[in-house]
Design a protein around this ligand. Structure first.
Ligand SMILES: [Zn+2]
Ligand SMILES: [Zn+2]
Ligand SMILES: [Zn+2]
Ligand SMILES: [Zn+2]
Ligand SMILES: [Zn+2]
Length: 359
């Protein structure tokens, strides 16, 4: 990405460019406050000319760097960009590049309908490469099928938690995409209801290009919890879910991070490999945790004793937060350390009760 030009810009040009960049960033951040509004009008915004005049009046030509950034923005930010100025709106609406990899997650996901998804994906002009929609509960088999028919070159299809989709609908979509050689490389379907072994077999047979392929890297629980679609999981794994040998259900199946469990597995024992319902795991280290070793936490996640000891604890109840929930703590007035949310609420209640008692 080249941002430097061979001729040095004058100080004035530089100042004007920088101020233009920040004006647009400010407008962008203002527009992100209108998520709810922008979402309801997703379809309209793309063609709405009524805001053009006010945009022109407020904004100068945006800095070139902002156009380069567009291809890397998730859909919510792209849509917000269409509200900052005419040039950016045109760049988002008329260029295919920002729409080749579509990622839709919270807070957009719960409101995404088939119709809006079709509208958004049509911007890729049939060249969509990744469709990553998480927890989009309104998307149906019909909407998915329409999108894959229009975009046969999708190589990454992630649909976790899209609970209106059925295994049968996903199979039809995957079969459609599999008509293109080497098209689909990554499928994530964790959280789809009623997936069974037969469905998984059918999907695997559509996708597996090399039957002698070596076993994919194990998925560790604590890595997955931080980043469910991490690239390390995608690298050598086509489908995210597997059959849990403990319950025989199709679920996310985790391996253990404990050395002793890894050794057992290397010797051929299933050991503690299993889904989250069958094996309790530590939020911090991903190791299996037996009931006697489970420690209390302020966020209700499970920790093993080793991890529990090393984490800072609430001044009142002596429970730690796992690192993922460490932002829920409240500072403890006048003391070192923190109080957890539950103790903070109790303390507020006590202070109100105390005031009333004095009256
Ligand atoms: Zn299981
Ligand atoms: Zn642990
Ligand atoms: Zn284990
Ligand atoms: Zn506490
Ligand atoms: Zn936690």
């Amino acid at each position: 990405m080249l941002l430097h030009t061979s001729t040095q810009p004058s100080n004035n040009t530089l100042k004007s460019n920088i101020s233009s960049f920040f004006i647009h960033l400010t407008q962008f951040s203002k527009s992100t406050n209108h998520t709810f509004y922008s979402l309801i009008r997703i379809a309209d915004l793309m063609e709405d000319e009524s805001v053009t005049e006010s945009m022109q009046a407020e904004a100068e030509q945006p800095h070139d760097a902002l156009f380069l950034v567009l291809a890397y923005l998730p859909v919510l930010e792209l849509l917000n960009m269409t509200q900052t100025c005419v040039s950016l709106r045109d760049a988002v609406n008329k260029d295919v590049l920002p729409w080749l990899n579509i990622i839709i997650e919270r807070p957009l996901s719960s409101r995404l309908s088939d119709e809006i998804l079709m509208k958004i994906t049509s911007k890729a002009d049939g060249k969509l490469r990744s469709l990553i929609i998480r927890n989009c509960v309104k998307i149906t088999d019909y909407g998915l099928q329409r999108v894959v028919e229009e975009n046969p070159y999708i190589n990454k299809l992630h649909l976790p938690g899209c609970t209106s989709l059925t295994p049968e609908g996903i199979i039809i979509a995957v079969k459609t995409l599999s008509q293109q050689p080497n098209s689909l490389k990554s499928l994530q379907i964790n959280g789809i209801y009623n997936l069974n072994k037969q469905h998984l077999q059918t999907l695997s047979s559509c996708l597996r290009t090399d039957p002698a392929q070596k076993k994919p890297h194990p998925i560790l629980y604590h890595h997955y919890r931080i980043n469910p679609s991490s690239t390390c999981m995608e690298k050598d794994r086509i489908i995210d879910v597997d059959v849990c040998v403990k319950c025989d259900e199709v679920q996310m199946v985790f391996d253990c991070s404990r050395g002793i469990c890894r050794q057992k597995r290397d010797r051929g024992s299933a050991g503690c490999r299993g889904c989250n319902f069958c094996i309790t795991r530590c939020e911090e280290c991903g190791g299996c945790v037996v009931a006697e070793e489970q420690e209390d936490t302020a966020c209700a996640d499970v920790l093993c004793s080793d991890c529990w000891i090393h984490l800072p604890k609430c001044n009142h109840c002596n429970k730690p937060y796992c690192k993922r929930h460490a932002n829920q703590l409240f500072s403890s007035s006048g003391c070192i350390g923190f109080v957890c949310e539950a103790c903070h609420v109790i303390a507020i209640g006590d202070s109100i009760w105390g005031d009333n008692a004095v009256e």
